[in-house]
Design a protein around this ligand. Structure first.
Ligand code: TRP
Length: 333
């Protein structure tokens, strides 16, 4: 049996070039590595922070269209929306009853918010934290365990959440004896690409420095032109490694292309030309996929339909897990 891997995508922002190189491409490659790949849009996870109905709907469509345009094959893999799988939410309650409150107190994502509140001198360190944020790892455990997942590829920030899912699965198996649920494992990607944003810091929605993957050519140009450069004239030799423009280019381009641009830097390049090289390279990378993306975004019913079909496939496993768990805990007729 091939190992089954799961990737969860939270629709909290318009996907950017950093997401493309650091998350989307590596995740799509899993399907070519002899693994059975499942991908889902964690829309109910996004509800912990996105409280605008239109925005949640729009982001869900954008994220789905992005992954499809970037090559996700809904025939060969399973692609669905979390909210279409009711079993996940029934499992969440059951798992709540086997999750120590202390585990949640120690979850990094929650602790980081508390630490930020304390730093700001908030009276109540829990201010602004809803129960969804607090018990986020339990819903994530249900996302994983519902589908008998073997491996969850995650960055370091999510490793602890997968370990909590492991703990929950092991506790259920221990309490009820035997293999009621499959125990998942984190698969840590050490060398995922990080791409700088237009201000030189890591590209991230929270810094507002992102270049959207499928921005219109005009918006793409505008974003790249915002990259801050010094006032050195074109003929001055420049250090590519000290240039954000070059760093973003290098993350996308082949070594040969990067080498060529580096040579142009060393022999003197105008910043306008460097920016143009980057804009052209991004355009080359995403132009074709953008047409696919635009077509999908113009037809939301098609996206909904694809996701619904994926959910129907995914639910077969979720129902079987649900049946085993219900039987094990004594919720039967
Ligand atoms: N927590 C993940 C993130 O913030 C998203 C996610 C939700 C997820 N459920 C998951 C990832 C299950 C992997 C498996 O990126």
């Amino acid at each position: 049996m091939p190992q089954r891997v799961l990737t969860g995508i939270k629709p909290t922002g318009t996907p950017h070039v950093g997401n493309l190189l650091g998350a989307i491409r590596p995740a799509l490659r899993l399907a070519d590595q002899g693994l059975e790949a499942m991908y889902f849009i964690a829309d109910y996870h996004a509800l912990t922070t996105v409280n605008d109905a239109k925005e949640l709907r729009q982001l869900t469509l954008e994220v789905a269209a992005t992954w499809l345009a970037c090559g996700l094959d809904p025939e060969r893999t399973i692609f669905y929306r979390q909210s279409d799988i009711p079993e996940i939410f029934e499992l969440t309650w059951i798992f709540d009853c086997f999750t120590s409150k202390g585990w949640m107190n120690k979850a990094h994502a929650y602790k980081a918010i508390v630490a930020a509140a304390e730093e700001k001198g908030e009276q109540d360190a829990d201010a602004g934290i809803n129960m969804g944020i607090y018990s986020y790892p339990v819903l994530m455990a249900a996302d994983i365990i519902a589908f008998d997942i073997d491996l969850v590829p995650v960055g370091k920030d999510q490793k602890q959440h997968v370990e909590i899912a492991r703990d929950i699965a092991q506790r259920i198996n221990h309490v009820y004896g035997g293999n009621v649920v499959r125990v998942p494992q984190p698969k840590i990607d050490e060398d995922t690409a990080t791409v700088p944003g237009i201000d030189g810091r890591k590209m991230s929605k929270s810094y507002g420095n992102q270049i959207p993957i499928f921005a219109s050519p005009k918006a793409l140009k505008k974003a790249v032109n915002q990259i801050v450069t010094d006032s050195s004239p074109p003929e001055t030799p420049k250090d590519p490694d000290a240039s954000t423009i070059f760093q973003i280019f290098k993350a996308l381009a082949t070594p040969e292309e990067s080498h060529q641009l580096a040579e142009r830097y060393r022999s003197g390049i105008g910043w306008g030309d460097a920016k143009k090289a980057l804009i052209d390279r991004i355009e080359q990378e995403v132009g074709e996929a953008r047409a696919k993306y635009d077509a999908l975004m113009a037809d939301p019913a098609k996206i909904d339909d694809l996701l619904a079909k994926g959910a129907a496939k995914a639910r077969v496993t979720a129902r079987a897990t649900m049946d085993r768990v219900r039987k094990a805990i004594g919720i039967t007729r």
